[in-house]
Design a protein around this ligand. Structure first.
Ligand code: SF4
Length: 94
């Protein structure tokens, strides 16, 4: 059984602590190339982060609705959630 951790200790090792928080959360009205560029820079930080798996799990489990977490933008997380079958509606095995 997967446990949901209430611990935030993993955040102490977060690579984003050394960066401006604005890199990970879009300002009001940000669109198009500027948004994509910022998101790519945030993802590059996440790719070097030692706690990326914990961060990604957290963002998917809670869920976090805004910002880049674990290398996933809010659009990435929405796509992943839509691709997963709802809990309890998985295909039965014969
Ligand atoms: S994966 Fe990205 S958002 Fe998550 S803690 Fe690391 S740097 Fe921060």
């Amino acid at each position: 059984m997967r446990q949901r951790s209430d611990s935030w200790h993993w955040q102490l090792d977060a690579a984003c602590l050394a960066h401006d928080r604005a890199l990970f959360f879009h300002p009001e009205g940000e669109r198009g190339p500027r948004r994509r560029s910022r998101q790519l820079m945030a993802k590059a930080v996440c790719e070097q982060c030692p706690v990326q798996p914990q961060c990604r799990d957290h963002a998917m489990a809670f869920p976090e609705h805004f910002g880049t977490w674990g290398g996933l933008t809010e659009e990435d997380r929405d796509r992943l959630r839509k691709a997963r079958p709802p809990f309890g509606r998985r295909t039965q095995r014969a």
